[in-house]
Design a protein around this ligand. Structure first.
Ligand SMILES: [Fe+2]
Length: 132
């Protein structure tokens, strides 16, 4: 996955966080493709989950303090993804087969659906209030 301008929400801090998430997704994908050990893959996965949690909290806080109208729906999508990825991590740690592909598919879908669509909905609101 490569970050490009079509993914920009026009807020510097949030673009930087999205880039960091994509870098972690790529690190995870590379480790899986290279057949790294479960310990290595598990540690990248937990780093990705922790950073995503931080990013969601940051975004949600920006929405709350700026009274963004669609905060609830947005948070609901975040919560759904957090739950799904946590469940996949549990499956991975339990050694369930084919979890790696499912994790990468989920992250790709999240990028396509959430970052490319739902996150775009706050872009003009945040730029209007001058969020950087
Ligand atoms: Fe979001």
């Amino acid at each position: 996955m490569t970050w490009n301008n079509s993914m920009s929400v026009n807020v510097e801090s949030l673009d930087a966080q999205h880039k960091a998430i994509i870098a972690l997704i790529n690190e995870l994908g590379d480790a899986m493709n290279a057949g790294k050990t479960d310990v290595v893959i598990g540690s990248i996965l937990s780093k990705l989950i922790a950073y995503t949690q931080y990013h969601f909290d940051y975004e949600e806080n920006c929405m709350i303090v700026s009274c963004f109208a669609h905060h609830d729906h947005h948070k609901c999508e975040h919560d759904g993804l957090k739950k799904k990825v946590k469940a996949l991590e549990k499956d991975f740690l339990a050694g369930k087969a084919n979890v790696a592909d499912e994790i990468m598919n989920t992250l790709q879908q999240w990028l396509d659906h959430h970052i490319m669509k739902t996150d775009m909905l706050y872009s003009s609101h945040f730029t209007t209030i001058g969020l950087q």
